[in-house]
Design a protein around this ligand. Structure first.
Ligand code: GTP
Ligand code: MG
Length: 319
């Protein structure tokens, strides 16, 4: 189901293309964790769709965000940061989501920091090489380094792959992002619309609500707790909306260990209450309605390897 959210987006005149036929295509944003893929997706579609935190491995799902322009649509696929090694089912599903997005996309964007390429970047370049699709290199966070540090990085990457474009940007400062869009448009194939003008993701409101709660957990708790937590929306009842009532949302946060439940809840429930208060504000902003939010915390030690649970909570399946 596609997500309208009642938010009207400006669709005209942001980026102009010449008068060929309509152009459209999918663009995968891949890279190691924490390089700014989700920040970039949000800038590209001008909406806070994918959650962003300062912790690596924030994104766990493939998230589609569609940018609408005059004469084109681009379906950006935000992906989990690629990691190697660990091997629970969630990790494998996250890795599979990266490869699936590369398979699905017409154009690949490798997002990196202004640092020399490492094993993850080389692995992704190998994957990109297996396809015929054009690949762009985006060097993000250039606001954090001196210009002189960029040239050797660009040089190294140019030796590794014949990228169609190599572009330094700062996604956080929205610097270089519109140039990136115009470069992508040049490589877009002719095609039909991906979505109607007022739609911009295939993710449901339930999914986005769960992600907002997860973002709050990432921001509020340290160390391993965020990585042990999964959010499931058990109830999303908007039947009272027409009578002016709130949307009722019941969410369960699952953690792997009983001790984490105590940390999450906090003394007399103060910590979880703060999570709920902050999440409620963000969810109301997203939905444009008042909500009533109940959050429960449960222990479920095996959730990262539980196929049914991963399916239910929208974690991408590797089949
Ligand atoms: N200085 C600087 N920081 C940035 C920039 N873009 C993103 N960040 C920060 O980098 C951190 C990670 O950003 P994300 O967008 O979540 O990175 P990601 O690649 O999606 O991370 P994963 O989901 O873990 O793979 C956040 O603290 C962002 O604010 C940038 O252009 N400059
Ligand atoms: Mg991300």
């Amino acid at each position: 189901m596609s997500c309208r959210l009642g938010i009207s987006k400006q669709v005209e005149g942001r980026y102009q293309v010449s008068s060929y036929g309509f152009r459209s295509g999918y663009v995968a944003l891949v890279g190691r964790p924490n390089v700014g893929k989700s920040t970039l997706l949000n800038q590209l579609i001008d909406f806070q769709l994918s959650i962003v935190t300062d912790k690596p491995q924030t994104t766990r799902h493939e998230v589609l965000g569609v940018a609408h322009g005059a004469g084109y649509q681009i379906g950006f696929l935000d992906t989990p940061g690629l990691i190697r090694g660990r091997s629970n089912r969630l990790d494998r599903n996250m890795r599979a989501a990266v490869y699936r997005s590369l398979d699905r996309s017409d154009i690949h964007i490798l997002v990196v920091e202004p640092k020399m390429p490492g094993a993850i970047e080389r692995t992704l370049i190998e994957e990109i090489c297996k396809t015929d699709s054009p690949a762009l290199l985006v060097i993000n966070k250039v606001d954090s380094v001196k210009k002189g540090r960029l040239l050797p990085v660009i040089d190294q990457y140019s030796r590794l792959h014949d990228f169609s474009e190599l572009l330094p940007i700062s996604a956080m400062n929205n610097d270089g992002v519109s140039l990136l869009v115009s470069l992508i448009v040049q490589h877009l194939p002719e095609g039909s619309k991906i979505m109607e003008e007022d739609e911009f993701t295939d993710r449901s409101e339930r999914f986005l609500v769960a992600e907002i709660i997860r973002k709050n957990i990432y921001e509020r708790y340290r160390e391993e707790l965020p990585y042990s937590a999964a959010v499931s929306i058990e109830e999303f009842d908007d039947t009272k909306l027409s009578a002016g009532g709130p949307v009722y949302i019941s969410a369960v946060i699952y953690v792997e260990r009983i001790g984490q439940k105590g940390i999450l809840v906090g003394k007399k429930g103060t910590s979880i209450r703060e999570v709920a208060i902050e999440a409620r504000v963000a969810i109301e902003e997203l939905l444009g309605h008042h909500i009533y939010l109940d959050i429960w915390v449960r222990e479920r030690s095996d959730w990262k390897d539980d196929v049914d649970f991963l399916e239910e909570t929208n974690y991408p399946s590797i089949g």
